[in-house]
Design a protein around this ligand. Structure first.
Ligand SMILES: *[C@@H]1O[C@H](CO)[C@@H](O)[C@H](O)[C@H]1NC(C)=O
Ligand SMILES: CC(=O)N[C@H]1CO[C@H](CO)[C@@H](O)[C@@H]1O
Length: 621
């Protein structure tokens, strides 16, 4: 009997090996990634099912016991070791408990720039069993009040650097019974207490366990606000399990305890806080923190702090490639880059310019229930449809109607899968393994992100809002955000694709592509806002020739607007809203404006005559 089984297994293995190249050309990579990701997920679940529970906080504390003298944070000239942060967070927890009268489970909002305070405050709140709401430090007025209400935060811990923003809403906060404190030594605002003296006077003894007695895998640990380019911030719920899973991403990418991870991304977003700092806490590594990204200081910092791992978003890599070349571009110890949004062209240029750095590109949304990582070295791809992982995190790319802004449905009312090579909306099935926790205090927005009746009546998927494409080898590529893609002449124009192409033009420093309405025309007409390289000017004829050569005619921008500076979000995402609203009217726009003139084969300065002719449909776009 045993012999038969062995023979059958051997036969099957042989068959698998023979068929491998045809059916599973990436068998080992897929299997490896499956084991790494599956292993990480199992490890997180195991830790969180222990009693007493082991969350990211306990993992950090274990590192603090084992390697008290290893630096956890390097910031400007300061060094904070694991022991420093463990002690300081205990002090802060005691002071918070006394001065705020905090109860476990009460949400506390932090309104802080990137600085070490962020990290020990986070751990202090975790020690008290309190979720932390990470306010975007750029948010003001009504949006700030809305953000606090969404997470039901009744306390705000702030930096005096953000004093103006805080004082602006202070009467509203007091009216709503929200208590505000500064984490500094002195308070510049009457009626707001500064907590640092109390923190420094408190004992650094570990806190009694009862504060965290109620914590489980599903407890809310953090609220991260997803900025979006429109509307009020939404508070995405990060549970203890999700926190640990996201913090494990670094380990999966090969970050080790001896690494120095350079984080210039804002800590109020998941990339900086959960993947960067969280990743260091998980693995016991050192985080080199910077208050703000600086392209000119980037590599000097990497040398000064012995950085081995950098975190990026695509635009950041582009800024680095745009800096003037230096002799020491290759002189650094960076071996790994972890991030997202890197376009293939920039990816190649970056590697050429700064040497062989292993790039781990991933795709995922803060509130999303699954994601991808590039584990095979395919430039430009965000990852693969891994046949092993797909059964755990089933995703689909479905047909999307850009104009109606909704998925295409068949006669049964179900969604339709796209074919390889076609762009579709990414949706990820909501299951026990891939839960969607939604947005705090906003069931309507949560429901809006859930797509029902996708492949069968009654099923539910997370709507990523992103358009992706899968090729014949099952590599997955990011195309565009749903709201950014527009339709022109019956074709979909993916703005990120056009931007990536236009960015190759020698006089362009930065480019933002969007669609504007033209009276009497279907769809949206392409327009590009451009920032020129220093000392360069816009060359209409060259630009025309370039777009003619590289872009399909429907995708070539009809209008060009030259800007001195571009509006971007805290994570370097370009804002399109105002640009779209201002359109191409030369009486509204003071920036130099150009129009694509097919007859002259050039981009010519826009004037009120051309504008009128377009409005009266005398010029055919
Ligand atoms: C960087 O490495 C050098 C040489 O090993 C060492 O002397 C220096 O202290 C390190 N600096 C930091 C910030 O780790
Ligand atoms: C993890 C991994 O294989 N990442 C790769 C992604 O693609 C780039 C470009 O080929 C490689 O350098 C990375 O090593």
């Amino acid at each position: 009997m045993l012999g038969v089984v062995t023979a059958a297994v051997a036969g099957l293995l042989l068959l698998l090996l023979l068929l491998r190249d045809r059916l599973f050309p990436f068998l080992w990579e897929d299997l490896g990634a499956f084991l790494a990701l599956g292993g990480a997920a199992a490890r997180c679940r195991r830790r969180l099912s222990r009693r007493p529970v082991v969350t990211l906080l306990e993992v950090f504390q274990e590192h603090a016991r084992r390697q008290p003298h290893r630096p956890l944070l390097l910031f400007q000239d300061e060094v904070f070791t694991y022991r420093d942060v463990e002690q300081r967070s205990s002090r802060a927890a005691r002071a918070f408990s006394q001065r705020l009268g905090l109860q476990p489970g009460q949400t506390v909002a932090v309104f802080l720039p990137n600085e070490p305070t962020y990290v020990w405050t986070w751990l202090a709140l975790a020690k008290l069993g309190c979720p932390m709401a990470c306010l975007n430090s750029n948010v003001r007025g009504q949006a700030l009040l809305h953000a606090l209400a969404a997470a039901q935060a009744t306390f705000v811990l702030a930096s005096t650097e953000l004093r103006d923003a805080l004082e602006e809403v202070l009467p509203d906060l007091q009216r709503d019974g929200i208590k505000v404190f500064y984490l500094s030594s002195k308070s510049p605002t009457p009626g707001v207490e500064a907590l640092l003296p109390a923190i420094e006077a408190a004992s650094d003894e570990p806190l009694p366990g009862h504060y965290r007695a109620g914590i489980t895998a599903n407890s809310k640990a953090i609220y991260i606000y997803t900025s979006g380019t429109t509307g009020l911030p939404k508070a995405a719920v990060i549970t203890e399990l999700k926190l640990m899973m996201v913090a494990s991403l670094g380990r999966i990418c090969g970050i080790r305890g001896t690494d120095h991870v350079y984080t210039t991304l804002p800590l109020y977003h998941s990339a900086g806080l959960l993947i960067g700092v969280g990743g260091c806490l998980e693995i016991g590594a050192t985080c080199v923190l910077r208050s703000k990204f600086s392209a000119s200081q980037f590599w000097d910092d990497c040398r000064r702090y012995n950085v081995t791992v950098i975190q990026y978003v695509g635009e950041l890599m582009r800024y680095l490639c745009n800096t003037p070349k230096r002799d020491n571009d290759h002189k650094h110890g960076v071996r790994l880059a972890v991030g997202n949004g890197l376009r293939a062209e920039v990816w190649k240029e970056f590697l050429q310019r700064f040497g062989p750095i292993s790039i781990w590109e991933f795709y995922g949304a803060t509130e999303g229930n699954a994601g991808f990582i590039n584990y095979t070295g395919k430039i430009g791809a965000v990852g693969r449809a891994n046949p092993f992982l797909k059964s755990f995190a089933p995703f689909e790319l479905i047909k999307y109607n850009v104009e109606q802004d909704e998925p295409v449905r068949d006669e049964r009312g179900l969604c339709i899968r796209v074919r390889p090579g076609e762009t579709g909306l990414l949706v990820i099935k909501i299951t026990k393994n891939t839960p969607f926790h939604g947005y705090a205090g906003d069931s309507k927005k949560t429901e809006k992100k859930i797509l029902r009746d996708v492949l069968a009546k009654g099923d539910a998927f997370f709507n990523s809002g992103d358009l992706l494409m899968m090729d014949h080898e099952k590599f997955v590529y990011f195309q565009d955000r749903v709201g950014d893609t527009f339709r022109w002449k019956g074709e979909n124009v993916a703005t990120t694709e056009v931007e990536a192409t236009l960015a190759m033009v020698n006089f362009i420093q930065e480019v933002n592509v969007y669609g504007v309405s033209v009276p009497g025309c279907e769809g949206k007409c392409g327009m590009a806002a451009i920032r020129l390289k220093p000392g360069m000017s816009f060359e209409g004829e060259n630009f025309y020739a370039f777009t003619k050569e590289t872009l399909p005619s429907y995708a070539a921008p009809r209008f060009v607007r030259i800007q001195e500076a571009m509006e971007i979000t805290g994570t370097f995402k370009q804002c399109k809203g105002n640009l779209v609203r201002e359109g191409f009217d030369p009486t509204i726009i003071k920036d130099p404006l150009f129009f694509r003139d097919e007859k002259k084969k050039s981009y010519v300065p826009m004037n009120t005559d051309i504008h009128a002719a377009i409005r009266e449909a005398k010029i055919n776009l």
